[in-house]
Design a protein around this ligand. Sequence first.
Ligand code: NAP
Length: 231
Amino acid sequence: MKKICLITGGSRGIGLEIAKGLAAQGHQVYITSRTPVDVPHLTHMLLDVTQQVSIEQLAQNFPEQRLDVLVNNAGIMPDYDLDIEHTPFDTITQLLETNVRGPFAVTQALLPFLKKSDDARVINMSSDLGAMAQVSDPYSKFDAIDAPSYRVSKAALNMTSLVFAKQFRNTNIQVCSCSPGWCRTGLNEHDDFTHKAPNSATQGADTPIWLALEAEQINGQFFYQRQPIAW
Ligand SMILES: NC(=O)c1ccc[n+]([C@@H]2O[C@H](COP(=O)([O-])OP(=O)(O)OC[C@H]3O[C@@H](n4cnc5c(N)ncnc54)[C@H](OP(=O)(O)O)[C@@H]3O)[C@@H](O)[C@H]2O)c1
């Protein structure tokens, strides 16, 4: 059956690859971003996830009766090279507004459409950097990266997945988190991070596409490379 999908932050990077992958399998795909883009086979809608009015307009103007797949992918990481002592107050606010309040409020606003699906999936794009199991392990593979506010925001996004998963347990709506792995995208264009990142954006899109279309029980879990991982 043709699924109706919406990918936030679908204008570039991993979000665009998720959208293209879903559209290539014949599904109806809407992408959102603050900057308009024109991509064949995808329908663009403007959305700033930090603005309540913008989220309300998206829900009001969404031209479908139902929504089957919502990927909360829009995200930022402006603090890649900041330790705690150099993190500005505004950076903490900006990260929480974009990476946590945004996905929470977008999902909330689109619930009437998700409730009309027989098999709705909400996939929150998180990160290994937000995994408490990893940040508490000095031998974890990303221990050298600071990004303290980004880590806090993705941990809070994981809790967002869990509270939605709890409320909608045993309904038609499943909610999960997903790490795409370290990918070569605009998020990593600072320093030489882009060159160090082992994965393409297309590789990062593989697990979210699998979660959207193929995986069976995903509610309340955190996935990486098609496997559940520790929070
Ligand atoms: N790349 C990695 O290595 C990596 C690793 C782990 C997790 N992730 C996560 O994967 C997701 C996608 O990352 P990416 O690497 O593909 O990033 P990217 O290439 O920088 O793309 C980010 C997307 O988010 C949109 N966006 C940013 N702020 C927004 C806002 N306020 N409102 C609406 N849209 C906004 C951008 O569009 P506009 O600027 O036009 O709005 C763009 O489409 C993020 O959540 C990121 O944290 C990435």
